[in-house]
Design a protein around this ligand. Structure first.
Ligand code: C2E
Ligand code: CA
Ligand code: CA
Ligand code: CA
Length: 279
């Protein structure tokens, strides 16, 4: 038994070693992708429940097509970027790109009300973050209301003064904050009224259980009711079926996002989507 134990320890450390190497090469490749500017954004439609051909906005989602590995999912490279200290550069670059794209769509006559970008909690530790965001908008002639900033509950729970200062500064500059993955984290309802949140994104875990779980329905009804009384918009994420759409519409959810309406698409396909919806 003793040698079994030693054997499994060796296997374990070989596995650890392999993972560390994998991570190191992912990190180097990501660094390279940042300097080549070879990441890109796809955009997913967010539609009005009352009129699913009308955009509420689009969410910008990072995409990395690596020359050898193919598509690396953001769930894999965003955490690496965070640990390696690359997330801030990545965020500012993608924000700039999203602003450039929105300005270009509008110049071409497309009616895109706003673009939502995902922010990492790490960036809020930089005292200059709020200013860097408004600089990006200014470069493209946009206003704060043109961009929706998606943050997660971990940002809300972060007690650092610098995080709160950035949130306050963004609020005063007129930015709207959207709380992503609502219901999955450390949800404490108390911060909803303490902090300037204007939108809740109901996590797809709830949406996908709507038709099978009474609990998911009950929770969704309360989220919709809380949001309504606090004057917040709810975006239901991951809507894939007509059954989910109908339930959400009947229960007063104002905005939906999901494969039923459109997958995250490259910019030219979003234009085609917009043309296809046009009356
Ligand atoms: P998220 O912000 O919650 O984004 C929603 C994810 O759900 C996206 O995955 C999207 O493709 C997927 N999705 C949308 N509709 C449906 C649907 O109907 N069914 C299903 N099954 N999935 C749907 P994606 O693009 O792989 O992104 C995963 C996560 O990576 C994002 O979750 C976000 O946390 C992170 N991420 C993506 N881009 C960025 C970025 O630019 N910056 C940061 N900080 N994080 C990002
Ligand atoms: Ca998001
Ligand atoms: Ca989400
Ligand atoms: Ca998520």
């Amino acid at each position: 038994a003793k040698s079994d134990h030693r054997h499994s320890l060796q296997l374990f450390s070989a596995e650890m070693n392999r993972r560390a190497q994998e991570r190191a090469s992912l990190e180097r490749a990501l660094q390279q992708a940042l300097s080549d500017r070879s990441l890109m954004l796809h955009y997913q439609p967010q539609v009005l429940s009352s009129s699913p051909g009308t955009l509420h906005g689009v969410e910008a989602l990072a995409r990395w097509n690596h020359p050898q590995w193919g598509m690396v999912p953001p769930s894999q490279f965003i955490p690496v970027a965070e640990d390696a200290g690359l997330i801030h550069e990545l965020t500012l670059w993608l924000l700039d790109e999203a602003c450039r794209q929105l300005a270009a769509w509008r110049a071409a006559g497309h009616d895109v009300p706003c673009v939502a970008v995902n922010l990492s909690g790490r960036s809020f530790h930089r005292p200059e973050f709020a200013q860097e965001i408004s600089d990006a908008l200014q470069r493209h002639g946009l206003r704060a209301s043109d961009v929706l900033l998606e943050i997660t509950e971990s940002v809300m729970m972060d007690a650092r003064p610098v995080t709160l200062q950035n949130i306050e500064a963004l609020h005063h500059q007129g930015f709207k904050l959207s709380l992503d993955d609502f219901g999955t984290g450390y949800s404490s309802l108390s911060y909803l009224h303490r902090l300037p949140i204007s939108e809740l994104k109901l996590d797809m875990a709830f949406v996908q259980d709507l038709t099978t779980s009474a609990t998911a329905r009950a929770l969704t009804v309360s989220v919709l009711s809380i949001a309504h009384s606090l004057g917040m918009v709810v975006v239901a994420e991951g809507v894939e079926t007509i059954g989910q759409q109908q339930w959400l519409q009947t229960h007063g959810c104002p905005v939906m996002q999901g494969y039923l309406f459109g997958k995250p698409l490259p910019p030219d396909e979003i234009e085609a989507w917009l043309c296809a919806q046009a009356p």
